[in-house]
Design a binder for this molecule. Structure first.
Ligand code: GLY
Length: 310
């Protein structure tokens, strides 16, 4: 069953004209990460590679393509976690960084802290010689259009909220049985400046433990934080539920308890995996035994050979 990689490109309601871009993006990301796993690389390298590819793809709400805050600016959150040691690193409200997921990994590897925020995270990036990019280079025409539309007096708040999702993430188990997760986001459209969501918070926007599994969530960050979704799902797995059952239980609890919608990708140490969501759609892809799996709507699971994806 090993190795395995599962990625998501965000839960919510994906406009028809964006669905194809989103599907192609998650398939390319899973292929990139799986190539590392297939070559004997680590789960950590694979999830960071997959999320880097998604951050570089303007179709997603992470890195280039991030949604804009109330001031029309990009502030991003990202987290990684290593299931071998429970080491984790995160950045929150960071600006001018093309790949926040790589900066989060540096926080894990080069500091004794778990999360650096805002200007402190940017200062750390400078000391690590991570280049800062112009703010404009992270903003797409689509993100600006949605920001303007959301500010319009007749904006539909429900439509805006659902359309706002699009966080990206990945979970993996490598041939050695090590487990990792990575999640990255521009957060919520029109969020207050300085708002930090679930993605930067360990146990909420991601968790990985070699003894249990890993989860990367997407969805309404405040709801995810209230139920500590990633760790809640692993708790259900510790109680004996499968990755899929535990994911559905966690998402159902979040819907029932705080009316929150979202989705998750989940793996267990044996390589069993799940891609589950309570929202209308979630763009996801998985790779295992050289087979690519992908879907967008509930109950959808297409397959093809991983080598057919060029
Ligand atoms: N789940 C992403 C966010 O709410 O920021």
């Amino acid at each position: 069953m090993l190795p395995v990689l599962v990625v998501h490109g965000g839960a919510g309601q994906i406009p028809k004209e964006r669905a194809e871009l989103s599907g192609a993006g998650v398939r390319a990301a899973v292929r990139g990460g799986y190539t590392i796993l297939r070559g004997g690389g680590s789960a950590m390298d694979a999830v960071v590679e997959a999320v880097t590819l998604l951050e570089n793809n303007p179709a997603f709400n992470a890195g280039c393509g991030s949604v804009l805050n109330s001031k029309g600016e990009v502030e991003m959150d990202a987290i990684v976690m290593d299931g071998r040691t429970l080491a984790s690193g995160a950045v929150s409200a960071v600006r001018n960084i093309a790949n926040p997921i790589q900066l989060a990994r540096l926080v894990m590897e080069k500091t004794s802290h778990l999360c650096l925020t805002a200007e402190g995270a940017n200062q750390f990036a400078r000391t690590m010689c991570v280049p800062e990019v112009p703010a404009e280079s992270l903003i797409t025409d689509y993100a600006r259009m949605r920001w303007r539309k959301n500010l319009a007096p007749d904006a539909n708040p429900v439509e805006c909220q659902m359309g706002k999702m699009g966080t990206v993430g990945a979970v993996a188990v490598d041939v050695a049985g090590n487990i990792a997760c990575a999640t990255s986001t521009g957060g919520l459209l029109n969020k207050m400046e300085g708002r930090v969501g679930d993605t930067a918070c360990i146990g909420c926007g991601g968790y990985a433990d070699n003894k249990v599994g890993a989860v990367s969530p997407t969805g309404h960050g405040e709801a995810i934080m209230k139920v500590v979704l990633a760790r809640l799902i692993l708790f259900y797995m510790e109680q004996g539920h499968s990755a899929e059952e535990a994911s559905d239980l966690g998402l159902a609890y979040m819907k029932e308890r705080v009316a929150g919608l979202g989705g998750v990708v989940t793996v267990d140490p044996q390589g069993n995996w799940a891609a589950c969501f309570s929202s209308q759609q979630m763009s996801w892809a998985a790779a295992q035994k050289d087979t690519l799996y992908y879907g967008l709507f509930k109950g959808e699971r297409f397959t093809q050979s991983i080598d057919d994806l060029h």
